[in-house]
Design a binder for this molecule. Structure first.
Ligand SMILES: NC(=O)c1ccc[n+]([C@@H]2O[C@H](COP(=O)([O-])OP(=O)(O)OC[C@H]3O[C@@H](n4cnc5c(N)ncnc54)[C@H](OP(=O)(O)O)[C@@H]3O)[C@@H](O)[C@H]2O)c1
Length: 339
């Protein structure tokens, strides 16, 4: 039996994404074959596609950072899952596919009442947002936070989880996305037409307690300036690298060079890097605990992932173009199989 998957044939633009057919994989010992219901097209996949993300295979391979699906076949020695159960996982790559074989230890059960399309929004964006808020910044009720890219996948998750934590929230975004940010409890800042450092100073007088910066490069310096004493800057992306044609690796490298420099300024403010994969390797139990907690919050309707569109897997190139144009508020779900 054959199955379809989307692969990256080489690093480059959205034209390198290709739909191919292969023979369906068999699970090895300790693995489960999952029939994927949905995955997500995310900005991180674009960095992977462009060759700007370390630690992933060389092309050709199938990207796709997170999946929701149905347990389809058990490998030898797997006894804690049953056929037909719904599961989610952080796959890093391999999710743009109708089937995947994955270690049983990576799977987490999805509560019955939860919609599959909403569940797949959790492993990357919501876990990132939750861990940055609670594991890294250790936010306290009433603290002020500044979220860059607030209308995006991680940004909207930060707004929803920040509201639950009782935070005062400011979010940068294009003007057309301000209504969404207000509806999620944030005060929008039009970073394209305003100096956000000045706006934060005007709105708060002494600044914010935590800044979440996925932009990287020199942008980190301005983020740092918005913090009051005791402030924590969480750097977690290098989106700025995609905005330029040349010097992309320089922007990525300058992000990692700036962070240790900011850390040694003796002004009672901190700057740290967050990476979901690194923290998951260091604390696999945190990842499981946090994703399970988020699935429960979803079942209780305390969080509500913003889904911009659900597209068939074959339309993945269009999804990447929309993300590259910043034309998306929330998440783009790719449907791999009908439930
Ligand atoms: N370290 C980790 O573990 C981790 C985990 C998940 C994601 N990430 C990274 O986080 C970043 C965001 O991911 P995402 O999936 O949330 O992306 P997304 O859904 O595409 O949202 C990002 C949004 O940022 C906005 N933006 C672009 N430049 C901006 C700027 N200079 N200032 C403020 N906003 C700006 C864009 O909207 P507008 O400009 O139109 O407002 C864009 O829609 C990516 O770099 C991704 O790789 C890192």
């Amino acid at each position: 039996m054959n199955y379809k998957q989307v692969i990256i044939t080489r690093h480059g633009g959205s034209e390198v994404l290709q739909l191919v057919e292969n023979e369906i994989p068999e699970p090895s010992a300790g693995e489960v074959r999952v029939k994927i219901l949905a995955t997500v097209a995310s900005f991180t996949d674009i960095l992977i596609r462009e060759g700007l993300y370390p630690g992933v295979p060389k092309p050709p391979f199938s990207p796709g950072y997170e999946i929701v699906g149905i347990v389809d076949k058990l490998g030898d020695g797997v006894s804690n899952f049953e056929l037909g159960q719904r599961v989610v996982a952080l796959t890093i790559v391999g999710g743009y596919s109708e089937f995947i074989c994955i270690a049983a230890t990576e799977l987490i059960l999805v509560p019955e009442s939860v919609d599959a399309g909403e569940a797949v929004c959790l492993p990357l964006h919501y876990v990132t947002a939750y861990q940055m808020l609670h594991r890294i910044a250790a936010v306290k009720s009433n603290e002020r936070i500044l979220i860059h890219g607030a209308a995006g996948g991680v940004g909207t998750a930060l707004l929803q989880l920040g509201k639950l934590a009782g935070l005062q929230m400011y979010g940068t975004a294009s003007k057309s996305k301000h209504q969404l940010i207000s509806s999620l409890g944030g005060i929008p800042i039009d970073y394209k037409n305003e100096d956000f450092v000045q706006t934060i100073r005007t709105l708060t007088s002494d600044g914010v307690d935590v800044v979440f910066d996925p932009i990287g490069g020199g942008h980190l310096l301005n983020s740092y300036k918005t913090m009051r004493r005791g402030g924590r800057l969480i750097s977690y992306g290098v989106s700025a690298a995609l905005a330029v044609k040349q010097g992309r690796f320089l922007i990525a490298a300058s992000t990692f060079a700036l962070l240790p420099l900011l850390q040694i300024i003796p002004d009672n403010r901190k700057a740290v890097w967050y990476n979901i994969e690194a923290l998951k390797k260091q604390h696999p139990n945190w990842f499981r605990e946090d994703l399970t907690k988020l699935l429960n919050l979803l079942a209780q309707k305390q969080i509500n992932p913003i889904i911009a569109e659900r597209l068939p897997l074959a339309e993945v190139a269009r999804a990447h173009v929309l993300l590259e144009k910043s034309a998306v508020s929330g998440k783009l779900i790719l449907i791999c199989n009908d439930g």
